[in-house]
Design a protein around this ligand. Structure first.
Ligand code: PEP
Ligand code: MG
Length: 570
């Protein structure tokens, strides 16, 4: 049995599908029979074209039009007569094997495009790399796995899944995934929760231990992976999966209930989303609003350029309309760190998580930031909009971002464009410096939302992507609770509200302390909302206040955990 971190709850029993790129080892060799090599080239090109066509056909069943454009670009490349002619010419003139010729021609093309001082052409280099990799695999008889072509139920086993891998997952067949790396707050884990598919991350050794087609049980409640289970084990886990589904059904009864403690203290249980399509999930799970719309997914999905003002406007409008007047917190662009764009190269940095990320990027690229602010303001008339800036470290950063917002707002009004007059502009608290100074920031911000995924990584100096230091992800450590308390107290001192949108907000054991500390809004993956409501509705606010006061005075996470468990009778 393998163990990892249960990142998205659920149970899956299916066959293994390994998402592992083949390793190419191209050796150059001289050949006599160039005609045979030319024939290999012809066949490999034909297969490459038909592979891409097949992938596109399957993908077209669940991807959107704009997401399919990438396959057309690849088809164009694979059908390019000049590309093929250059390879054949090299085989004939240099009398070398087909794969070496294809490798050399492709590399030269990639280098040429990469050297161009133009984002569009740099992006084409990535396309050539993709297509030539497929061509070389076809020349050397190697298979490339592809998530878009899944057509039977599987559990995906991979080193890690990129945000675009998780974006192309088809829930009908992708029953779950297990990855070697990643923590509870890595973005693949967050995506798994929003897709509602079971996932276990940080499962060391799982890639080497599995083969395609092998039966696998993914117990993403206990964080356990079982390979080649017995018939009895399969039955046992199928029952567990059914029980899990039944509990989910029972929780549905709380869907239209408020989130309110036994003694009448009301809070909001709201959802985190990555795209307008996720609104349905939040509503289906009884979300009282959206506490975090991660707009970077809009930017990461875009193929060739930053999404235009109109494209963004449509997305924000769709979310606001979908939530029908319930509060919607939209976060401005949080790019950088592990979140990359296809059409923009970030400068190389030793520590991207400590570099030009989020608001730092937006304050450097004000043009991009202004476009987003305009789109948000234009959409504001369609619901109750709250905007927040990520990764604020200082009061001046917040003031600078807010000033740009005020400028764009004034410009739009001068242009005669309608904007809502109840838009709130808040500040994410995810850097310890901001938590410590929350009381000052609260003078300028309309609300706070605590991003505990980053707040914990920066407080503990422990990379949220790193499995070996994942034990330092300690939401219940008194150090973290003190930062959370400072933030909540700081906001309340100025009559502002304080939410939390990091994963801690959906953690059932953290909920009692957060309630006691006075958190006003709990924002989490849609699938956690009803569990959190069940927990909060069973608690006494007055008792939790007393308990939380004790918790911040303790020494260790273990002591806090024991105290919380005792307070809720567990
Ligand atoms: C956080 O840091 O807690 C957060 C909500 O933002 P993200 O996970 O997108 O960095
Ligand atoms: Mg964050």
């Amino acid at each position: 049995m393998f163990k990892g971190i249960a990142a998205s709850q659920g149970i899956a029993v299916a066959k293994v599908y390994k998402l592992q790129q083949p390793v190419l080892d191209i050796q150059k060799a001289s050949v006599e029979d160039t005609a045979a090599e030319v024939e290999k080239v012809e066949k490999a090109f034909a297969k490459t074209v038909s592979d891409i066509e097949k992938i596109k056909e399957v993908a077209s069943k669940h991807l959107k039009e704009e997401e399919l454009a990438i396959f057309d670009a690849h088809l164009m490349m694979a059908n390019d007569p000049d590309y093929k002619a250059q390879i054949i010419d090299k085989v004939n003139t240099e009398k070398i094997n087909a794969e070496a010729a294809a490798d050399e021609v492709s590399k030269a093309m990639v280098e040429m495009f990469e050297a161009m001082d133009n984002e569009y052409f740099k992006e084409r280099a990535a396309d050539i790399k993709d297509v030539s990799f497929r061509l070389l695999c076809n020349l050397t008889g190697k298979e490339i796995p592809n998530l878009a072509t899944l057509d039977s139920p599987v559990v995906i086993v991979a080193k890690d899944l990129t945000p675009s891998d998780t974006g192309s997952l088809n829930k009908e067949f992708a029953k779950g995934f297990a990855t070697e790396v990643g923590g509870r707050t890595s973005h693949s884990a967050i995506m798994a929760r929003s897709l509602e598919i079971p996932a276990i991350v940080g499962v060391k050794g799982i890639l080497d231990a599995t083969t395609n087609g092998q039966t696998i049980i993914l117990d993403a409640i206990a964080g356990e992976v079982i390979l080649d289970p017995s018939e009895d084990q399969i039955k046992e886990y199928e029952k567990k999966a059914a029980d899990f589904a039944a509990e989910k059904e029972a929780l549905r009864k709380l869907k239209d209930e408020p989130t309110v403690s036994k003694d009448g203290h009301k809070v909001l249980a709201v959802g985190n989303i990555g795209s307008p399509a996720d609104v349905d999930g939040v509503l289906a799970n009884g979300g009282e609003g959206v506490g975090l719309f991660r707009t970077e997914f809009l930017y990461m999905k875009s193929e060739d350029d930053f999404p235009s003002e109109d494209v963004q406007y449509e997305a924000y409008k769709a979310v606001l309309e979908g939530m029908a007047g319930k509060p919607v917190v939209i976060r401005t662009l949080d790019i950088g760190g592990d979140k990359k764009l296809k059409y923009y190269s970030f400068p190389e940095e030793m520590n991207p998580f400590l570099g030009v990320r989020a608001i730092r990027f937006c304050l450097q690229r004000k043009d991009i930031f202004r476009t987003q602010l305009r789109a948000l303001l234009r959409a504001s008339v369609y619901g109750k909009l709250c905007i927040m800036f990520p990764m604020i470290a200082t009061v001046n950063e917040f003031k600078e971002a807010k000033a740009l917002y005020d400028e764009e707002r004034a410009k739009l009004i001068a242009e005669g464009v309608k904007v809502a007059d109840d838009v709130e502009v808040g500040c994410m608290i995810e850097i310890p410096a901001a938590a410590v100074l929350a009381e000052k920031l609260a003078k300028y911000a309309d609300f706070f939302s605590i991003g505990t995924n980053d707040l914990i990584q920066y407080s503990m100096a422990a990379d949220r992507m790193s499995e070996p230091v994942s034990y330092l992800y300690q939401p219940l450590n008194p150090s973290i609770l003190r930062l959370v308390k400072m933030t909540i107290d700081g906001s309340h001192a100025h009559g502002k509200w304080c939410g939390m949108c990091g994963e801690m907000a959906g953690d059932e054991l953290a909920a009692p302390v957060l309630l006691g500390l006075g958190l006003d809004e709990f924002s989490m993956s849609a699938t956690s909302i009803l569990r959190a409501r069940r927990m909060i509705n069973s608690l006494s606010y007055e008792e939790m206040k007393v308990m939380a006061d004790k918790a911040v005075e303790l020494d260790t996470m273990e002591e806090v955990t024991d105290l919380v468990k005792a307070s809720i009778g567990k």
